[in-house]
Ligand binder design. Structure first.
Ligand code: MN
Length: 233
């Protein structure tokens, strides 16, 4: 007999391109304000010489695969897209040196860090946690994982269209903290584990969606992510 009172939550996972195996998810990390133009549009410019990167997390249960239709979420009037390059960790690491950071990289994906902007900004301005603004059911969208072991992505166009109109257009070479720096810094807070995903931040041009919108985002050389916003429940 199963000794659990009720069935435990399923292991969340993503397809891996080119294989029938799936990538099991451990944690979902997100880098805040990692493109200068986005930091400025949020009214919080970043000075890398005096600031450290910061992070927030979402529950693995918030993960939804690219191509899904999701309901417009509750308790927001300003649901935003944030198009991001996603880094998939394949090996454990703690206090990883920048010059060894590539050893943890399994691959990459394209993702959307969906955000209740109204709730996030209230939380930010009142010094409260961001959870209700960020950790949203179906709020972490991701494509399949593209295996690229040990490859440090340093450039590639990153774009997002809503209903065919371009809203975000930048390049991952504009990351304030690059892939090596993110792995090294995040691994000073956490023992990184295989199955951790790191959403690396969004460029400028974030904005709201409404029911019926179709989002299509691309990271050059990686993947195309799509999402359809359905009516509110
Ligand atoms: Mn983000």
């Amino acid at each position: 007999m199963n000794h659990y009172l009720f069935p435990p939550p399923p292991v969340r996972s993503l397809p891996i391109r080119g294989t029938a195996q799936r990538f099991p998810i451990n944690r979902l990390f997100f880098v805040g304000r990692n493109y200068h133009a986005h930091a400025v549009e949020m009214g919080r410019p970043v000075d890398k010489s005096t600031e450290n990167p910061f992070y927030f997390t979402k529950s693995p249960s918030s993960l939804v695969e690219s191509g899904a239709t999701i309901p417009y979420p509750p308790r927001t009037q300003n649901y935003h897209y944030e198009m991001e390059l996603v880094l998939a960790i394949g090996k454990p690491g703690f206090r990883v040196r920048e010059d060894q950071a590539h050893e943890l990289i399994y691959g990459y994906a394209a993702g959307l860090d969906m955000t209740r902007r109204d709730l996030q900004l209230v939380a930010r301005d009142k010094g409260r946690p961001w959870d209700t603004g960020k950790d949203i059911e179906n709020g972490a969208v991701c494509t399949d994982i593209v295996p690229m072991e040990g490859v440090v992505m340093s450039q590639g166009a990153i774009t997002l269209e809503v209903n065919g109109v371009t809203k975000q257009s930048s390049n991952v070479d504009k990351l304030i903290w690059n892939i090596r720096e993110i792995i090294a810094d995040l691994s000073t807070y956490y023992h990184l584990q295989p199955g951790d995903l790191i959403y690396t931040g969004t460029p400028e041009g974030v904005g709201p969606v409404v029911a019926g919108d179709r989002l299509t985002g691309r990271v050059e050389g990686i993947a195309e992510v799509s999402l359809h916003i359905g009516p509110a429940e």
